[in-house]
Design a protein around this ligand. Structure first.
Ligand SMILES: O=P(O)(O)O[C@H]1O[C@H](CO)[C@@H](O)[C@H]1O
Ligand SMILES: Nc1nc2[nH]cnc2c(=O)[nH]1
Length: 294
């Protein structure tokens, strides 16, 4: 059933890349941050940076999407050791699902405890506005139901169990902490929470698809994050994820609006500095120990 298990994503392959990174960078990251489309500026806020182009990291995929620079940046954020992916990988780039999620396993092997995932997403919830930040409380993985799942294939127990629970995918304490941080920063007017649905892309959704996803309970739609969350949870890391609502999903047949990547990048640019403040304040409040928060 699983014909090709020696494909570059094994425990040993991930360990080899982690060992290479540990030999190059002195920082031992506790938190990993993945920058969504146009949000690479988050990585630039790290202090004492040691950065690697993805092309120079053994067995690491390459970024191909505008707004995803393709650098892995080690450093500190308000004193906390972090690693930041300035550019993520998407299924529509043609990579196998195990490859786009491989960085999560490498992070676990680096000793990372908490993963912060950010993304750009289309707003399905009619109360959402462009520029809102949605704390992800849950996800819908439609393709995963049908078997296109990052954990399909032989399970390596050194990473995690065969049947991981996902009802606690998004850490509730971190969601509350993020709400508190957002309120303290005065971001309450544009801070939301909701359900993110992943689709394969790269085409944006039809009107009928947007209506269907909304009826299914999704508040935002995008082409990333969920696979990373599943793999990060499988190997025992806590996950916090947010969507920047970069565009409103088109839901009406007489609408003239058209989703496009330029609008996505432009909204990210407009919110960039607030997102950076939000994430760095959040990171500074995450305590290294798995259960405590300040
Ligand atoms: O999810 P991130 O990487 O932020 O990117 C989002 O933006 C792109 C579409 O504009 C898609 O790749 C979608 O997933
Ligand atoms: N699938 C999808 N991904 C996005 N990323 C940013 N906006 C969108 C959107 O409207 N749909």
């Amino acid at each position: 059933m699983f014909p090709d298990s020696n494909n570059g994503y094994s425990y040993e392959d991930c360990q080899a890349t982690a060992d290479w990174l540990l030999a190059q960078a002195a920082v031992r990251p506790q938190v990993a941050i993945v920058c969504g489309s146009g949000m690479g500026g988050l990585a630039d806020t790290l202090k004492d940076q040691v950065a690697f182009n993805y092309k120079d990291i053994p067995n690491f995929p390459l970024s191909t999407v505008p707004g995803h620079a393709g650098r892995l940046v080690f450093g500190t954020l308000k004193g906390r050791p972090c690693v930041c992916m300035q550019g993520r990988f998407h299924l529509y780039e043609g990579y196998p699902i195990q490859k786009i999620t491989k960085p999560m396993r490498i992070f676990a092997l680096l000793g990372v405890e908490t993963v912060i995932l950010t993304n750009a997403a289309g707003g399905l919830n009619q109360d959402f506005k462009v520029g809102d930040i949605m704390i992800i409380k849950n996800h819908i993985n439609i393709a995963g139901f049908a078997g296109n799942h990052p954990l399909a294939g032989p399970n390596d127990d050194r990473f995690g169990v065969r049947f991981p629970c996902m009802s606690d995918a998004y850490d509730r304490d971190l969601q509350q902490l993020a709400l508190d941080v957002g309120q303290e920063l005065g971001y309450g007017d544009f801070l939301r929470d909701g359900v993110y649905c992943v689709v394969g892309g790269p085409s944006f959704e039809t009107i009928a698809e947007c209506r269907m996803l909304h009826k299914l309970g999704a508040d935002a739609v995008g082409m990333s994050t969920v696979h990373e969350t599943i793999v990060a949870r499988h190997c025992g890391m806590r996950v916090f994820a947010l969507s920047l609502i970069t565009n409103k999903a088109v839901m009406e047949y007489d609408s003239e609006e058209k989703a496009n990547h330029e609008e996505v990048l432009e909204t990210s640019r407009v919110r960039a500095s607030q997102l950076e403040t939000f994430v760095s304040n959040l990171v500074s409040r995450i305590k290294p120990s798995k259960l405590s928060y300040s």
